[in-house]
Design a binder for this molecule. Sequence first.
Ligand code: ADP
Ligand code: ZN
Length: 730
Amino acid sequence: MLFDNDRDGSGTIASVLVPVAVPGPYTYKVPPGLAVCPGTIVRVPLGPREVVGAVWDGMPEPGIDPRKLKAISHVYPAGPLDADMRRFVDWVANWTLSPPGMVLRMVLRSEEALEPEPPVAGVARVEGAAPDRLTPARRRVLDTMQDGFAWTKSGLAGAAGVSVSVIDGLVHQGVLEIVSMSASPAPPAPDPAYNAPALSPAQAAVATGLVAAFDRGYAVSLIDGVTGSGKTEVYFEAVAEAVRRGRQAVVLVPEISLTAQFLKRFEQRFGVLPAEWHSEVAPRRRARVWRGVASGDVRVVVGARSALFLPFHELGLIVVDEEHDTAFKQDDRVPYNARDMAVVRGHLAQFPVILASATPSIESRVNADLGRYTRFVLPERASGGALPELHAIDMRRDGPERGRWLAPALVAAMRETLADNAQSLLFLNRRGYAPLTLCRSCGHRFQCSHCSAWLVEHRFRGRLVCHHCGHSEPVPQACPSCGTVDALVACGPGVERIAEEVEALFPQARTLILSSDLPGGPERLRREMKIVEEGGADIVIGTQLVAKGHNFPLMRLVGVVDADLGLAHGDPRAAERTFQLLAQVTGRAGRFSGGGKGYLQTYSPDHPVIRALLSSDSEAFYAAEIEARRVAGLPPFGRLAALVVSGPDKPATEGYARAVARAAPPDAAVTVLGPAEAALAMVRGRHRFRLLVLAPRQFDMQGYLRGWLSRVPRAAGGLRLQVDIDPQQF
Ligand code: ADP
Ligand code: ZN
């Protein structure tokens, strides 16, 4: 807040939140001639450097001599951040026990965005003009420009993968025109009436409910609809309503590779592409989206969790698609769950929030059961097709011969599917060739030198890779321990090994691996997803990436190579996670045509998760899981936090963790567990110990933790203490 202190002619002062880990705003002098208000984005000196911050609410520190203060050095034209945004930043900081400046940093992520677009020349589409001949290169250029923004020639050439001469050709033909980037027109707004779909009666009823929520201000709707039930189509009606009401909307998705398909569907529905926001978007484009969101030129954004921190002024709807997905949780820096913070943002600014999933999180399901959220159920597929018929293959009896991973029954089903020209998907949540490599002669196992994890062989790359820190080394000829040559054996399967088996079984089939870590990055992945979508592959072998909401129209068979994989964890959330993952991945089968089939290879066909999947009785499964959480007092019935202590030296780290535990204020309502070694005891050379704090739901966990942390000895010598509210792992 501003504080007029001009009696002695020294000017006004203001609180400024700076993007560093300090408890609150600092006080600065406002030089005469600079106009600021709460939310103004400014540059200020901080120690030896200058940083970008924002004028913040709250009175400056009392008793400060204004003559000793440093002055705001620059006011940015972008902004100001509105009161809702500032309250949101403070709220997230308070909830996660993070310094508010670190939350602000997530808002001011794109420094380039704070100044107007530099006055350089770019190209933009000429309304209604089409090239005389649509070559593939020209099509790529026009596809890339669909969202209506202007581009620099070189930026466009890079994004479309064409040479600048292709763009010059389009300019010459009058399809593109040269514009000034700073004066380029705002992208056209989504048209809610462009192509309204014919919703089924069940979908229409949900859409009506979602639209009605706008009249109530804040309301959370949970769309609980089976895979392929048309949830996207339904929440598009809420997006249309937000646009009609002149409000901005944001759709959060858990996986970047999902956005391509989403963009296309959005365009079919609304006539234009939404703005895209995630880490793969080039910096200049991100800056443009940030500015467009702040100015109101951008009406709808689809993006990763960080889109929640864009500087909207007229936000009126947040959709969280696949709300159960753990990708919405950020674990480092400010640990927050975007799904929960979306609800908070809706509550603070009084607008509707929509959560959608075929397999809602236990938390959201309980919130719906308790009446906090409104649950809308879509029990049938939009296509009218049946959900896939699921079978378990008991690997104890009916498994394959040694050294093979696909059971005869699954292979037979794949053969049949192939003969029908339909697609099969084999799901295994393990990247690489084999999860463990050892020496046949001495038993040596390859472990990461920085992490407590085995190195995973990636045969295509010819390297052993750590999936936690990225360390990799060539696969050696000889065992580093006993020196025996050619004695290394791969233990267990990864997707590459399954692909090898598939290629041996079906040499005539077109086989494709979909995994996030193959060379070529997200661009290649997008291309390959498209190939699968268009029928250019017969058998797809994929990691969890393929489980996430993708539409593969020709996919008829899904085989889960190891249905027990996720169940082995000691984590109480393991059952929920495995159920969600397997229901989602088998839900890829038969989405359009019906007739889908799924096979679960398992050594424990009687496990409740496997039984729930086979009987497609998710209600019984949810009821049992919810009851187990209730009895144990675990979220959402109780409150949970983790304190993670890490450091380079194991005894010192453990010692500090014990000191932290000893400082816990006694409170009969609180249970403190640990310290114990974290599930991954060492990552990137840092040892980790964890304390879990469990308390009843009404308990003020943040207040308690603040009191605790104030009594904890300072972390020194590379030690670190991090608080994680609502940790992913119990
Ligand atoms: P979900 O998000 O529930 O998995 P989608 O919204 O992706 O489902 O819909 C599944 C498929 O059904 C999509 O191809 C979609 O275009 C189609 N679809 C959805 N609603 C309808 C409808 N009312 N009429 C025809 N097709 C529909
Ligand atoms: Zn490692």
